[in-house]
Write a protein that binds this ligand. Structure first.
Ligand code: CUA
Length: 196
């Protein structure tokens, strides 16, 4: 019953629209606007389903004020860690005006999970010549999984204005050939990243 009336309402609406007088120019611009909208929705659909570009599936929060007391982002846990399944996680803290640790070295051609948190204001992280770029919003964990195809020295730059020292906020990543990379001494025995 309800469904039937909704259908009728829609039919009425569409007949009203088709009966509406539209100027030729108006019709033309409506068509152009719809095409533009369709074009962008199309790009988003292709990106989402074929290129895997999606908004973060999970939102992880963290207390920015007590990072040093947190299990995961305490100073001794920062940097590159390998768990017992061989997964590599890089944990870094962004703060005015650096990423800590200031320098990391990771293997090329290996899947890496980066996890960043901010200890003060909004920062961003961008690694030139890669597709890696994200915001680091205080209170949230920014996570990106990536692979560096080639060894080399990469800068890690802040790309969100965060204060007077913004221009000087960067760290270095040394990407080392897979066979020459040595596992850091610190080994996380836990199966995965710990959460507060
Ligand atoms: Cu941090 Cu700009």
């Amino acid at each position: 019953m309800q469904k039937e009336s909704l259908k009728q309402q829609l039919q009425n609406l569409s007949s009203q629209i088709s009966a509406m007088h539209l100027d030729h120019l108006e019709r033309k611009w409506i068509t152009i606007s719809l095409l533009v909208i369709g074009f962008f929705v199309g790009i988003m659909t292709i990106d989402a389903f074929f290129h895997g570009i999606n908004p973060p599936g999970k939102v992880e929060t963290v207390d920015s004020a007590s990072l040093h007391l947190s299990k995961e982002f305490a100073e001794e846990n920062l940097g590159v860690q390998v768990d017992d399944q061989g997964n590599i996680t890089v944990r870094m803290v962004a703060g005015r005006y650096s990423f800590f640790p200031k320098h990391i070295s990771v293997p090329a051609e290996t899947r890496l999970t980066f996890r960043w948190v901010s200890m003060d204001v909004l920062h961003g992280v961008h690694i030139p010549m890669t597709n890696m770029s994200t915001m680091i919003v205080p209170g949230y964990v920014a996570e990106i999984t990536t692979t560096f195809p080639k060894p080399g020295e990469y800068p890690m730059l802040c790309n969100e204005y965060c204060g007077l020292g913004h221009n000087h906020m960067w760290s270095n990543i040394s990407v080392i050939a897979k066979e020459n990379w040595t596992t850091p001494a610190k080994l996380v025995s836990k199966g995965g990243p710990s959460h507060e």
